[in-house]
Design a protein around this ligand. Structure first.
Ligand SMILES: *[C@@H]1O[C@H](CO)[C@@H](O)[C@H](O)[C@H]1NC(C)=O
Ligand SMILES: *[C@@H]1O[C@H](CO)[C@@H](O)[C@H](O)[C@H]1NC(C)=O
Ligand SMILES: *[C@@H]1O[C@H](CO)[C@@H](O)[C@H](O)[C@H]1NC(C)=O
Ligand SMILES: *[C@@H]1O[C@H](CO)[C@@H](O)[C@H](O)[C@H]1NC(C)=O
Length: 706
């Protein structure tokens, strides 16, 4: 360090009023903490008697050292110098009055006067300590805590003999080794900041001349947490200080994100619970009957009550829906066939008691094809109704019960209808009621036997067998009663007749609405959560991608949701089935690739030439792949074209779609990846294997293109 003492060629004028006192030939420069000798001597040694040597700082009039009466007067000198100033008493005889100053400090910079009073003469010299060489960087000892979104100041102040304009100051985040800010050549270089900190950091320009290089970090994010280092380089020295940013509190948007996330999962759970609870509150009872009837013969449009019903004040209306004509009316105990149907419509008045409201239509004509409804009114109120469709089919009419949406709540009773129009011999009759394969009830040899589980709950109308009524009443309905019930009637060991009724869990409109909410709500809440997250964290690409994902998710869910789909009109249903998840995939891909591309573009300049080429080629391939598929879909679905070219497109699109995920991986590796060595194992090998083993492609090539 002694070498650092630079001798500057400036001759300090010797102020003398007789005695010639010599000082150093140049101002002194010494490192902080070192010792420096302030030279002061006279050519001719002076007699010791009456000699007085006074070292003083003229600017503050501080007495640094006093030699008087043959001794150092330590009491007189400034406290601060008592230990640090060393006077060479033994050198006095050589006319050498130098003073050693130990443990040099920054405030020791300045002028010192050495005044020598001899017996007659006195003289003085000025010694200057020009620079105490130092570079001290200090920060704050305490770690800083802040809320997300706030601004914080990370302090760093520099004390040096060099002026702050000549510093190189680097602010780094040490745990991740990210450059936060660079100050060089008396200016801040904004482009050298990592993109995470770009536009968010600044120095206090007005404070720089004071050596205050504190950093202002604006709108703090959670990821900013960590240790920051302020590193200063100047005149070949370097020093640093660290500041810790910790304990990031939650900001308002964080709390919003939290609330939204919780409510998203909460709403999903709640909706699921609601759907579960309300789902199982009853059954929709339908009995199916698809029969073919020859023109000219008779058909019985079977319509039964499946719920016990009061028979007084009953009105049964059979109508043709398409022509709005009344076919048959039963009112006030009287049966009236209308106009055209006078002879042909037959109502089973005697079986109303048993809940049979069927209508027999004789001598079927072609014109009878159409839609029929039967409505039962009890006490002026419509109680239930059902629709029938008769379809023309050459010489036949197809009869379909399109709906019999009757609701039987859990715990209630339901009558599973089974009527036979033909009269059967009542001896040697066997009636079997089965639920899928399980036997529910058996009537054989004049005896009625309910099976096991159904012992108390199944009721067979033994007394009504004569009228051809083999219905079964099921009491105290339970959730597990769901399923299809078949009634099979055997006469002399031969199956002569069978009917089917199914109990399906009823889906209320409200439940469907809940389903719809389940599809849309949690996703929309998450969408907003990500909007808030984006606002607080400021990472645009991630926010856009996540928002897009949640925004598009309902499309996929609609595609998967069974119940809701049934509620939409045919057009919407087809659209959902065909395009909704494709649309989700396509739009999401576009968003994610735009984000990736934007991100890659920002770093583009930093890549090596080979990598640049690779990235462009990969993006182009991925783009062409997607374009192929889109073109194919457009041409076949919209243009309704076919042919060799389309087949080639299909083939290319199909193949590329299989390697697309791998390509995407390569792209990611290249654009953002670190371990490129592992890429071959992870990415390239599977592609090669797949290409070798996938003979579907070969097949397609050979047969698809002929
Ligand atoms: C005076 O004494 C100091 C300390 O011993 C020494 O470094 C310096 O060279 C001397 N000066 C002269 C002129 O001899
Ligand atoms: C450093 O920059 C400040 C303001 O930017 C200016 O006032 C000062 O003169 C500059 N100093 C040098 C040595 O260029
Ligand atoms: C540096 O400047 C900032 C902003 O004016 C101030 O808050 C801080 O206290 C200063 N630091 C020092 C050590 O003066
Ligand atoms: C920071 O300074 C300490 C001494 O104060 C030193 O040991 C350390 O190596 C420095 N760190 C860097 C990164 O320069």
């Amino acid at each position: 360090m002694e070498l650092l003492m630079i001798l500057l060629v400036t001759v300090i004028p010797v102020i003398s009023d007789g005695l010639s006192v010599r000082g150093p030939s140049a101002p002194l420069v010494a490192p902080l903490g070192s010792s420096v000798v302030l030279l002061c001597s006279v050519d001719e040694p002076l007699p010791v008697e009456g000699l007085e040597v006074e070292w003083r700082r003229p600017d503050s009039e501080t007495l640094v050292h006093l030699y008087q009466d043959g001794a150092s007067q330590t009491e007189a000198q400034q406290q601060d110098y008592q230990d640090r100033a060393h006077f060479f008493t033994e050198e006095i005889q050589h006319g050498n009055f130098s003073l050693r100053l130990d443990d040099l400090r920054a405030e020791d910079e300045g002028q010192y006067t050495c005044t020598v009073h001899g017996q007659q003469d006195s003289g003085e010299t000025v010694v200057e300590i020009k620079d105490v060489v130092r570079l001290l960087v200090s920060g704050s000892d305490e770690s800083i805590s802040a809320s997300v979104g706030e601004d914080v100041t990370l302090s760093c102040s520099v004390d040096s003999h060099i002026t702050p304009e000549h510093f190189d100051v680097t602010w780094k985040k040490t745990d991740e080794n990210i450059q936060v800010l660079l100050f060089q050549d008396n200016k801040t270089l904004p482009d050298s900041s990592d993109e995470r900190y770009r536009d968010r950091v600044e120095l206090f320009t007005a404070e720089i001349p004071k050596g205050n290089f504190s950093l202002r970090l604006k709108s703090v994010r959670t990821e900013d947490k960590g240790v920051y280092m302020c590193e200063v380089f100047a005149g070949g020295l370097s020093a640093n200080t660290t500041v810790e940013l910790e304990r990031l509190g939650f900001s308002v948007s964080h709390i919003m994100v939290l609330i939204l996330c919780v409510s998203a999962s909460g709403s999903a759970l709640l909706l699921c619970c609601l759907i579960y609870c309300r789902n199982q509150n009853g059954f929709t009872v339908t009995y199916s009957q698809n029969t073919r009837v020859r023109l000219g013969s008779s058909v019985v449009l079977k319509f039964y009550r499946v719920k016990p019903l009061q028979t007084e004040d009953l009105k049964v209306e059979w109508r043709r829906k398409d022509t709005k004509t009344l076919v048959h009316l039963y009112q006030d105990g009287e049966s009236q066939a209308q106009q055209d149907y006078q002879d042909r419509a037959h109502f089973f008045t005697d079986q109303i008691q048993q809940g049979n409201f069927s209508l027999r239509l004789d001598k079927l004509k072609k014109d009878d094809a159409g839609e029929y409804t039967c409505r039962v009114h009890s006490k002026q109120r419509s109680v239930f109704s059902t629709q029938f469709t008769l379809e023309k089919d050459f010489l036949y009419l197809n009869v379909k019960v399109s709906s019999a949406p009757l609701v039987a709540p859990l715990g209630s009773s339901v009558v599973l209808p089974c009527f036979c129009a033909k009269s059967l011999l009542s001896n040697d009759l066997k009636v079997e009621w089965r639920r899928k394969e399980t036997l529910v009830h058996l009537y054989q040899d004049g005896e009625s036997q309910a099976q096991q589980d159904y012992q108390d709950r199944a009721h067979f109308f033994t007394d009504q067998i004569q009228q051809g009524n083999f219905s079964l009443r099921l009491d105290d309905l339970r959730a597990e009663d769901e399923g299809q019930y078949t009634c099979t009637v055997y006469n002399k060991q031969r199956s002569v007749f069978s009917a089917q009724t199914s109990l399906e869990p009823r889906l209320l409109d409200s439940v469907l609405r809940l389903h719809l909410f389940l599809v849309v709500c949690p996703n929309m809440i998450m969408f907003f959560a990500f909007v808030f997250w984006g606002v607080s964290e400021g990472s645009v690409s991630e926010t856009v991608c996540c928002c897009a994902l949640y925004f598009l998710r309902p499309l996929l869910l609609l595609w998967a949701a069974l119940y809701i789909k049934n509620r939409f009109s045919v057009q919407i249903k087809t659209w959902i089935q065909k395009y909704s998840y494709v649309a989700e995939y396509a739009v999401f891909s576009v968003v994610i690739y735009s984000a990736l591309f934007a991100s890659a573009w920002e770093r583009f300049l930093n890549y090596a030439v080979f990598n640049k080429v690779m990235i462009i080629v990969l993006f182009a391939i991925v783009f062409v792949c997607c374009l192929c598929k889109i073109t194919y879909i457009l041409v076949t679905e919209v243009g309704k074209k076919s042919g060799r070219i389309v087949k080639i497109f299909d083939l290319v699109a199909d193949m590329t779609f299989q390697i697309l995920p791998t390509l995407q991986f390569i792209l990611l590796f290249y654009t953002f990846g670190a371990a490129r060595g592992g890429m071959i194992m992870i990415v390239v090998l599977p592609v090669v294997l797949m290409m070798m083993t996938n003979d579907r492609w070969l097949y397609k090539c050979r047969y698809g293109l002929g």
